[in-house]
Design a protein around this ligand. Structure first.
Ligand code: PLP
Length: 404
């Protein structure tokens, strides 16, 4: 079949899903605009500051906007947070003390967090005497019996990772996270419920912080920065926790009173404004590629009869050649470095060689069209992003030409 016709037939199959995605985008756009309005955002908020950054209005207001959008009391948004891993690290170190336990209830955390939590001799939480325990998911949902067994008064942070990372499970929905929050509270847990929210922001109408999570954390070069934020991360949640984390972000004596950014904040504000729409473009791109790959017989997740709960799609290739072809075509379809051929590489923080297509305007931004994966059987590529649906569709056409 002609490639254009084939893609058109996928779009027809997805029409109802696309409508749902648009409805969510509108809901979240309204939520974000209400926050801008309530906090009286004005041009002066975009101005940069220098030095200590006392009374940096742009910085403070930005934190309040993200908090409002996520249904949280307080928020930290900083261009100085270098990545999602760094945001999660700052938040965990802000909350945990020697002899506390960190209990993860969504299986093993994302690869780059493992060194943070239980690395040896690298300044990890473990080096500082923080214990780590973990409950696996069963059939893609929380194992409440195991959680009840592991919970005790030493558990100060209960950790949930919403998106799949380099695993084959689907992302957790806010309904699932809500059930977990209710359950642990019902059996007397009164510590911090902490969510790694990477790739989940604005995919649903609610965020984990709307349904019982105390702290949510993510990267601004994924969903939450709308494709415009040039760097940074956010940490939002209960004021008492954000206060503690602020003392770790800077110093215990100064907390969130300081922090300047000479470059100014326009792209951070504009990125949050764009984020609901941009995320919808990425979700639609993911659905289209998922539908096409399924038609061609490639297993991919989340399954198309389920609502997606993050922007990522895992596609199983079963052969290294096909996986590499797929990722290379994503790179060739990119606006930046589109002439470059991807090769597997030893990336810091990962155990296996990773192959990564990221021909992005913001270096490494995976809200932009990108694909990556560790090169090991069964050869799964993780696809995500797309600032515009049209870009996702263009990449798919290239991929189909190569694979058919
Ligand atoms: C991307 C991601 C992170 C953080 O990764 P960075 O590359 O450091 O931004 C953490 N957890 C999950 C689930 C992720 O997808």
């Amino acid at each position: 079949m002609e490639i254009e016709k084939f893609i058109e037939s996928c779009e027809e199959k997805l029409a109802d899903k696309f409508k749902l995605v648009d409805d969510i985008a509108y809901f979240n756009q309204a939520k974000v605009l209400d926050a801008f309005n309530a906090h009286k955002v004005a041009l002066r908020h975009f101005n940069g500051t220098t030095g200590y950054g006392y009374d940096d209005e742009g910085r403070d207001c930005l934190g309040k906007l993200y908090a409002a959008a996520f249904g949280a009391e307080s928020g930290i948004v900083s261009p100085h947070i270098v990545s999602g891993t760094h945001a999660l690290t700052v938040a965990l170190f802000g909350l945990l003390r020697p002899n506390d336990t960190l209990l993860c209830i969504s299986g093993m955390p994302y690869d780059t967090l493992r060194g943070v939590i239980f690395g040896e001799g690298n300044g990890s939480l473990k080096d500082f005497g923080v214990h780590f325990e973990c409950c696996d998911l069963t059939d893609g949902d929380f194992d409440f019996d195991a959680i009840a067994e592991h919970l005790n008064e030493k558990v100060k942070v209960l950790y949930i990772q919403r998106s799949r990372g380099y695993e084959l499970r689907d992302a957790l929905s806010c309904a699932q996270i809500e059930a977990a929050c209710k359950f642990v509270r019902s059996i007397g847990y009164n510590g911090c419920i902490f969510v790694d929210n990477c790739y989940g922001e604005f995919v649903e109408k609610r965020e984990p912080s709307d349904v019982g999570a105390d702290v949510v954390v993510g990267s601004l070069i994924k969903n939450a920065g709308g494709g415009l934020a040039p760097s940074g991360g956010y940490i939002c949640g209960k004021a008492e926790y954000i206060d503690l984390i602020g003392k770790r972000l800077t110093a215990p004596s100064i907390g969130l009173e300081v922090g300047s950014y000479a470059g100014g904040y326009q792209y951070f504000y504009q990125g949050l404004f764009m984020a609901p729409h941009t995320v919808a473009q990425a979700v639609k791109s993911s659905l289209l590629i998922g539908c096409a790959m399924a038609e061609l017989g490639y297993k991919n997740y989340p399954s198309l009869d389920k609502t997606p709960y993050d922007i990522t799609r895992a596609i199983e290739f079963g052969s290294v050649e096909k996986m590499v072809h797929f990722i290379r075509e994503v790179q060739y379809a990119s606006p930046v470095d589109g002439y470059v051929t991807c090769v597997p590489w030893d990336m810091p923080g990962y155990d296996e060689k990773i192959i990564m297509a990221a021909g992005t305007f913001v270096s490494g931004a995976s809200i932009e069209l990108s694909a990556d994966g560790p090169v090991k059987p069964p050869y799964i590529a993780y696809f995500q992003g797309g600032l515009t649906y049209e870009h996702g569709k263009y990449a798919l056409a290239k991929i189909l030409k190569k694979l058919i």
